[in-house]
Design a protein around this ligand. Sequence first.
Ligand code: GLU
Length: 505
Amino acid sequence: MTESQNVRVRFAPSPTGPMHIGGLRTAIFNWLFARHHKGAFILRIEDTDQSRYKPEAEDLIYRALDWVGMDVDESPRDGGDYGPYRQSERLERYQQWATWLVENDKAYYDYTTSEELEQINEAKKKRGEPPGYDRRHRDITTEERAKLKAEGRPEVIRFKMPLTGNTEVEDMLRGKIDFDNSTLGDTVLLKSDGFPTYHLANVVDDHFMEISHILRANEWIASAPLHKQVYAAFGWQMPQIMHLPVLLNPNGKGKMSKRELQDDKGNVIPVLVHRYEELGYLPNAMMNFLTNIGWTFGEDQEVFSVEEAIERFDGTRVNPANSAFPIDKLRWFNGIYMREKTSVEELIEQFKPLLEKEGLPVDDEKLRIIVPAIQTRIETLNEFLDIAGFVFREDFEPAAAEEHIQKKMDAESTRRALQLAYDALQDMEFNAEAMEEPMRQLAKDNGLKVGQLFGTLRVATSAQKIAPPLFDTFVALGKDETLRRIEQSIAIMGAELPENAENQP
Ligand code: GLU
């Protein structure tokens, strides 16, 4: 690339449903490339397939881009000098250029009906040939054409692919890829409803929007020779092109599914971007994680800021091999971002809506105590409620008696341990650091292991086996509530004992 070239790249999703994680990755690579070269990042909505169009999809595209913090220079929402940016608003252009191709003998009208196409494919199948239109209307006379048209048949425009020779596509990652023209068909460019196909709309728009580089998923490689020929037919220069590796399912088999998956540990693996948001992943962790799939920062460094990625993202170091979607790695990244790149204050703000959604009181004081205590213990935002939701619950449900009983203990020793703690805590100052030592001593003095005492207290106050550090929990709950919960557990354990056991020596 010459330094003087004005870099303009586009992300061109089809609004056929919620944004897929693979689409977000494609957008990220385009955006980083644009920002590195101080160029423009354009969002173009490719909505020419009316049968698959979903009106809510466009909003979800903006939401995904906004979520990870990618700013857009030109789009239907942001405007720009090359609009409109929705293909359905550019139909005349496509019609005009398709007609131009016909007039210049680069394309032709085809009147084959869908029934006839089926028959062609049937016959080809019998002969063991690959399916595809047989070019029956490629060279018909004007009279024949007029006759077919008069029959009221559907009219499409097909590209006249050269029948012999090769088409060479230069891919920024793969170098030259050679295609044998005899294996390529005469693809439809304009459909009978007047809408262009992807191939025509994409080429016309990339040309008139002055796109300099196309970074798109490698599933489009097979279309590249057609696009190259269409550019040549128009006499336009084709942008440089890079086919990006795609995401495979976490087991490495097949292109990443469109449906939500689960790994063998039961982790949900969403495929839609907004689901990651819902499940408590941080956008900056997501950005870092996705940038690493198929691109290498260098020096074995995986954790880096967006600014650092922009600095290096010049289009090199993209690995053409498809890669499996490493969900564990995403959790790992998210954990790092939660611990190291997000302040307690920021986390508190993120947790508040979770509490609200769960109908729990948003208690700032409790949040300020418990959040620093759990920051290193959770990997997604949503785990906050799993680990610490009990602190906020006013309708706390105590655990069953047997859950209180620690190793080598029984109902009576458990009840006694809880009672000892209850009594000791009455006079203690509720300060996490100050409480720990005397409570350890209490265990020792009474022939208990620290783990036994603390374990049963954890269950009594949280009804969970995994909870934040014990004394932070006590402080967050406050003295009254801590004692109330322990008292409740003492009663539960007492009820477990044989009658009058309490009075026995
Ligand atoms: N609309 C196409 C898609 O959603 C765009 C492919 C391209 O970038 O050329 O995959």
